[in-house]
Each structure stands twice: as C-alpha cells, then as structure tokens.
Write a protein that binds this ligand. Structure first.
Ligand SMILES: [Zn+2]
Length: 74
C-alpha cells in the first residue's frame, strides 16, 4: 500500500488531505531500484504503482524535488 510510503516522508503529513496524483506533478521512486522510475498503475482506484524496471510495487510517490531530498538521490 503506497500510502504508507507517503506517510514515511516527513512533509507528507501536512499535505495528505490534498494529495492527488492526477493534479500533482509527482515522480515515482522505487525503493528496490533506488532511483526514480516509470510505473504502471494497474487500477486507477488504488494507490498501487508497479515499477517498470523490477515489476515490484515498492514505490514512493512524491514530487521529484521532494524525493531527491528525502532519498538523497544525486
Ligand atoms: Zn524497481
């Protein structure tokens, strides 16, 4: 469940009421690949995203800037 991933990001608790992946310009970070990846969303009703690189769903969703800060992506 990707909501847990979102809650783990510090700033998210302030913003989760308005979180909307359709409206936001967000990026997807795969915790297994350890980088920002493209994802599939098999069901638009679920916050489940599948990494296209490893086909697993260990995905965090946030703005690209926020992901780079939180996961220290270079
Ligand atoms: Zn992956």
């Amino acid at each position: 469940m990707s909501y847990n991933d979102l809650i783990n990001i510090d700033d998210f608790s302030k913003k989760k009421e308005t979180f909307n992946t359709e409206r936001w310009d967000v990026s997807f970070y795969c915790k297994d690949c350890k980088k920002i990846v493209d994802v599939d969303r098999p069901n638009t009703k679920w916050y489940t995203f599948i990494c296209k690189e490893c086909n697993w769903k260990n995905i965090a969703i946030w703005t690209e800037e926020g992901l780079k800060t939180n996961y220290r992506i270079k």
